[in-house]
Design a protein around this ligand. Structure first.
Ligand code: GAL
Length: 660
């Protein structure tokens, strides 16, 4: 458990650097991330590097006893490079190149940019690869930010054709897989295939899905090039990338495979404002963020990181980029920091050391105000630093890995597929995955968020949010896991080519769950369908279905239990052995009560904690977070077991106690 900060020496007079470094150290910071946007200062003119200022900055930090996280500066190609190679600019769906003047103005498929990136990464890695102060690396910055994964440039289309050829080998195979006979869309060779854009009505969905898969692979290829350069020049120093919160535009599992540390950038208030949450939820958690949002991301990135994951950027105060930018309540920066550690983080690094008085982010807070006084976030970070020492001394195991008994499957292609082929306009995959996660968290469970291809050993319950395309061995691995399996609607509903399976959904999962989804319907946001659990009349056991209904037949009724039905009598929740199928997305309360019931069957013990208090376990410690506006009292824990706080947890505060 360590603290870090993002620092931009190039934004400040050199006369400030030593004092900055001294104050960082005094505050309890150990790691400083630098240089991710500094290309124009590192290489002010083509081929002429100016290392002098960066050498001095690294030395100042190192001499103060700080470790440097060195970044490659490829998120911001300088003006001269763009002028020399305009083909670096990504092309939008409107066919126009996006312009220079902000950041991330590059196309992952541009051969000139690949080459330029190779050069600058090699230069930086050669220069600092073995520097004593440089302990970690970050590739680029936030791949895909500002909608930059997909480009429709000629370079991208050329590479897409190669990608298709590798995937399908022959044009006949592609035509069959996509079903291009429909509307006379058949191709005679790969060179005839363009990007799926600017068509009269919707472009072919399989074509679109493959374009997304291709664009995602381009990100992985680009990152891999950088990682290989860094490893060659800086052996033994872990390489990270800073992913974004709830970002789904490329397959993060594939990119993370090449990294040592998956890190992410946590802005809980900006996220609450920008995501799907209902107005009353936005109002309720306005200055705290949603209690499950940061932790969902922690668990996503923990699941793909080889070393403990990090928060590379932690919101320190108001941000600048959401539609509205409230200030966190006092206590929240500390709470968010502890929440990250409770979920297994190795480092929490604040963005940024000092608020910049100029340019796009001048309204974005830092740990210090622009006139260099410590801000609330800075004081709270200092408090966390002191508390870390205390926690580490209380439990030798405090840095232990975190493992839940429940796994939630999380998938990137599912997001693209439902976006391309929604069938109901608000079928939003990350939202549904988040809602399942949130229901499990409100039952007090620790949850591992993992890929459908990850091992399933050790789980008592595996929850699968709508997963249209399942890996070929998914059914066999689920069966072998011995866990209780919960499948959300639309699971197994498509083949990898985006066709309806020959045996109808759940397709390849029919061996696990002998049902047949013979009809589906989507439901408008203002429409719900009642759901009644069999055998009970009490209101507790009733709820409603939203968004979607699968209408199912049981192939073999003798081996089946129908536990809940829709108002018109169709099965809503069925069970076959240890496999449970939800034929719709239920309201939050019903989802939670079904998960509680299934967890109990799986020998787990739910401990409901409401919508504003959360508990997490790491090592021998339990961490309790109070997102509510009133005090929370922890029952049944002796006062002598508290390491931080007491049984009475104030609003926006944290308590930590020994579990044994
Ligand atoms: C992140 C980005 C940072 C900064 C920050 C502001 O997305 O990596 O460079 O822009 O947001 O909140």
């Amino acid at each position: 458990m360590r603290l870090g900060v993002c620092y931009y020496p190039e934004h400040w007079p050199e006369s400030m650097w030593e004092d900055d470094a001294r104050r960082m150290k005094a505050l309890g910071i150990e790691q400083v991330r630098i240089a991710e946007f500094a290309w124009s200062r590192i290489e002010p003119t083509p081929g002429e590097y100016d290392w002098s200022w960066l050498d001095r900055a690294v030395d100042v930090l190192g001499n103060a006893g700080l470790q440097v996280v060195m970044c490659t500066p490829t998120a911001t190609p300088p003006k001269w490079l763009i002028d020399r190679h305009p083909d670096i600019l990504p092309v939008g769906a409107d066919g126009r190149p996006r312009a220079f003047g902000s950041r991330r103005h590059y196309d992952f498929s541009s051969p000139s940019y690949f080459e330029a990136s190779r050069k600058i990464c090699t230069a930086v890695a050669e220069r600092y690869g073995k520097h004593a102060a440089v302990a970690y690396w970050q590739t680029d910055n936030e791949f895909g930010c500002h909608n930059t994964v997909v480009s429709y440039s000629p370079a991208a289309v050329a590479r897409f054709r190669v990608w298709l050829k590798e995937r399908y080998q022959t044009i006949d195979a592609l035509n069959r897989a996509w079903g291009t006979v429909f509307w006379s869309m058949e191709y005679r060779n790969f060179d005839e295939i363009d990007a799926p854009v600017a068509t009269v009505t919707e472009a072919h969905p399989s074509h679109r899905l493959d374009y997304r898969r291709f664009a995602s692979d381009e990100v992985a290829r680009y990152n891999r090039m950088q990682v290989e350069i860094i490893r060659a020049h800086s052996p033994g120093r872990p390489v990270a990338h800073n992913f974004m919160q709830l970002f789904t535009e490329f397959d993060h599992y594939k990119v993370a495979r090449d990294l040592d540390v998956a890190t992410w950038d946590s802005y809980p208030l900006g996220a609450l404002e920008e995501q799907w949450y209902a107005p009353e939820i936005k109002a309720k958690f306005l200055r705290t963020g949603h209690p499950d949002f940061a932790s969902f991301n922690h668990d996503v990135y923990r699941g793909m990181s080889k070393l403990p994951f990090w928060v590379m950027e932690q919101q320190p105060g108001p941000v600048n980029w959401a539609h509205w930018n409230p200030a966190p309540l006092p206590g929240m920066v500390r709470l968010w920091s502890w929440e990250a550690f409770a979920h297994g983080a190795g480092c929490v690094s604040y963005f940024r050391w000092r608020q910049a008085p100029f340019a796009q982010e001048q309204m974005h807070a830092g740990l210090n105000t622009p006139d260099n006084r410590i801000d609330i976030g800075g004081s709270e970070a200092a408090k966390v630093a002191q508390e870390i020492a205390h926690v580490l001394s209380a439990d030798a195991d405090a840095n232990a890995d975190v493992h839940g008994k429940i796994a939630l499957i999380y998938d990137y292609e599912a997001k693209w597929l439902f976006e391309i082929h929604p069938q109901g306009a608000d079928f939003h995959y990350p939202r549904f995955a988040f809602e399942y996660y949130s229901a499990l968290r409100s039952l007090g469970f620790d949850v591992d968020v993992i890929s459908a291809n990850a091992p399933f050993d050790g789980y008592s319950m595996i929850v699968v949010p709508p997963l249209p395309v399942v890996p070929a061995d998914f059914a066999a691995r689920l069966a072998a896991s011995g866990a209780h399996i919960v499948l959300g609607p639309r699971t197994g509903s498509k083949t990898p080519d985006l066709q309806i399976p020959a045996n109808l959904p759940p397709g390849a999962l029919a061996s696990l769950l002998p049902i047949r989804v013979w009809r589906v319907e989507s439901m408008r946001p203002n429409v719900t369908e009642p759901v009644r659990l069999d055998g009970t009349g009490d209101a507790q056991r009733e709820g409603y279905a939203r968004h979607w209904r699968d209408l199912i037949d049981a192939v073999d009724e003798r081996t089946f239990s129908v536990h809940a039905r829709f108002g018109d009598g169709h099965p809503a929740y069925v069970q076959h052995g240890r496999v449970h199928y939800f034929a719709s997305l239920f309201d939050d309360r019903l989802t939670e009560s079904l998960f509680a019931r299934i967890a109990t069957e799986a020998w787990l013990t739910p401990a409901p904690c409401g919508d504003s208090v959360r508990i997490s376990r790491r090592g021998k410690l339990a961490y309790v977070f109070n997102y509510a506006h009133e005090k929370h009292v922890i029952e049944g824990v002796d006062a002598s077991r508290f390491v931080i706080g007491t049984r009475e947890v104030e609003p926006q505060s944290v308590a930590v106690y020994r579990t044994e």
